[in-house]
Design a protein around this ligand. Structure first.
Ligand code: FES
Ligand code: FES
Length: 226
């Protein structure tokens, strides 16, 4: 296999690599430590691996690393941090749009691309923009709500307010604000340890950025396609 020299510019950092020509951008990014870019299917069907490539959302499993040579790549973790999340990440947490969090980084990337080109999308436009992102947990209603919320906040410049529901809400089936973690992609288990004590639900910052989630628990259709 021929090898290629590639410069990947990710979240403002530059990486100079020599890679086999058939290495996907997904593998290159994860090998560099950008594990907020999730590996869900490797065949372009789930959207978990989405990144912004020169401002456009792409499935990184369907792009060869050398094709991204010199391009500006932004992952979900490049949009915001746990201390200073992006309004889209915060909206996903506030709307309860994050459960396991595995799909969340890709959802947020697709949302970012949508709102950059259309600050006030209709529900149909949101559904269309997220049609390539699969979620096995939330049922999509809260995700659509999160995109509406993020769009409104970004348009109005409203400060993001995070409302955390008490555990009793869970018993009543009410919506619970969530997972900072899921927004960033970290391990959702962190959400179980609330630093705020009883009466609050600590959440998933990690999932927001997209880290963790054991690979062996993922649906892998098509096997290793490197
Ligand atoms: S679309 Fe790339 S991992 Fe599923
Ligand atoms: S797959 Fe979407 S939150 Fe779990």
């Amino acid at each position: 296999m021929p090898r290629k020299k590639v410069v990947l510019r990710v979240n403002g950092r530059q990486h100079e690599l020599t890679l086999d020509a058939n290495v996907s951008l997904l593998y290159a990014l994860r090998d560099l430590g950008y594990t907020d870019v999730k590996n869900g299917c490797e065949i372009g069907e789930c959207g978990a691996c989405a990144v912004l490539l020169n401002g456009k959302a792409v499935n990184s499993c369907m792009v060869l690393a050398w094709q991204a040579d010199g391009a500006e790549i932004v992952t979900n973790a490049g949009l915001g941090t746990l201390d200073k999340p992006h309004p889209i990440q915060e909206a996903f947490a506030d709307a309860g749009a994050v459960q396991c969090g595995y799909c969340t980084p890709g959802m947020i990337i697709s949302t970012k691309a949508l709102l950059d080109r259309n600050p006030d999308p209709s529900e149909a436009e949101i559904r269309e923009a997220l049609s390539g992102n699969l979620c096995r947990c939330t049922g999509y209603g809260q995700i659509i709500e999160a995109v509406h919320l993020a769009a409104a906040r970004l348009r109005d410049g409203q400060p993001a307010v995070v409302a955390v529901a008490p555990p009793t809400a869970l018993l009543k089936g009410e919506r619970v604000a969530t997972p900072g973690a899921s927004l960033t992609g970290e391990r959702a288990a962190e959400s179980l340890r609330s630093p705020d004590g009883p009466g609050t639900v600590a959440t998933p910052r990690a999932s927001l950025t997209g880290e963790a989630a054991p690979k062996d628990q993922l649906l892998r259709r098509g096997g290793d396609r490197r």
